[in-house]
Design a binder for this molecule. Sequence first.
Ligand code: NAD
Length: 425
Amino acid sequence: MSVTRRTAANELLDSALKNFYGAAEEMGLPEKLMTLLSHSERRLEVSVPVEMDDGSVQVFKGFRIQHSTALGPAKGGIRFHPDVDADGCEALSMLMTWKCSLAGVPYGGGKGGISCDPLTLSKKEKERLARTYAARIAPIVGTWQDVPAPDVGTGEQEMVWFTDTLAKLRGQIEPGIFTGKPPLYWGSQGRTEATGRGVATCGLELLKALGVKPEDVRVAIQGFGNVGSYTAKTLVEAGAKIVAISDVTGTYYSPKGIDIDKAFAQIQSHPKRMLECFAEDGCEKLGLEDVLLVDCDMLFPCALEGVLNNENANKVKAKYIVEGANGPITPDADKILADKGVIIVPDFLANSGGVIGSYFEWVQNLQGFFWAEEEHNSRLMHVMKGNFKRVWDYAQTKNVDMRRAAFMAAIQRVADVEDLRGIFL
Ligand code: NAD
């Protein structure tokens, strides 16, 4: 019997489906589970009317998609961006299912957003947009239903508005309903640094598995924002030498090693948090893309998607790549790098420190008891190391690369639970 595979006009959704089918077929997932997991449980579209500062009314489109709640409440960010649409959110929601599964947290996958340009909105307009959106998706979000978080274009402030709106609608505070809140308002110590710390930990675990000492490794890091800067700090603490860092202002390269504390202080004092004007003895300024191609052992792309592609992948000198950003390597580049023997730690393992940090925030919210930062960090390290080992061992046993192994391990956990529960609702 030939089985119809779901396809989508939206590129992101189509590629999420192809990735899923590819791994599912390789692992011999039964057809009924493949059919089930290739569809989302729920797709909600809402209109979000906002009274603008000039008195006019604009209606924005908002979405919340829950791909799977097999493992627990749906989990995933809310994005404010002009390109947000339902299919794109569904693709990202599916990826969240696999990321949460692999991370070992008790969540399914969700994603949402509003099609808008937050840069053109005043703070008051943004607040009205966020609060109306929260009210419209209220029927399907909750501590045990769906727990959203920040994403592109949203941050701590939006999470406070969302949480506060739901508290007012329901007549009681439910702090675990959104994560990514500031420590002042039910947030968690250590959450800001969690993704970068996790990315660095994956890099260090890879070196340990290969028997390489961190002190013998030269590192290049693309992006010096939240993920890149804390990745750099953690690697330096472990003894690695960072020879190149970069941001939108260019690449800063020093073969004898960059003073990361100095670079960190530079972004803290820059009004736009940039490395612009960073200088020290022996440090040379290079072009934007050079960070990917400098002479180094380990590369951490921590900025954007698609930066390693079929035009530059064969020029990469690093032997190991740890994906801090989401999707920094195109499928074509993935193949080129694999042929060169480069070992890649995939994004949804490497940057899962963010969602694990969110889980810790949710746990503390449920308990109404807050952990010290040291406790948060030591738990995070423990979980990240365990997850790395699971994927590494899976890859060795099944003789596949780490990306395929991560997908297979993630899909397997969701499939096992779906199988256990049966198909009902
Ligand atoms: P950020 O905005 O804090 O930092 C992004 C950095 O990339 C900045 O330093 C920026 O200048 C730099 N950058 C942008 N364009 C560049 C270019 N063309 N060349 C070089 N540098 C460039 O963002 P972030 O939170 O650090 O996120 C980075 C990536 O990690 C994104 O792909 C994001 O989706 C992913 N991610 C972030 C988290 C998190 O918790 N922050 C979690 C998971 C995944």
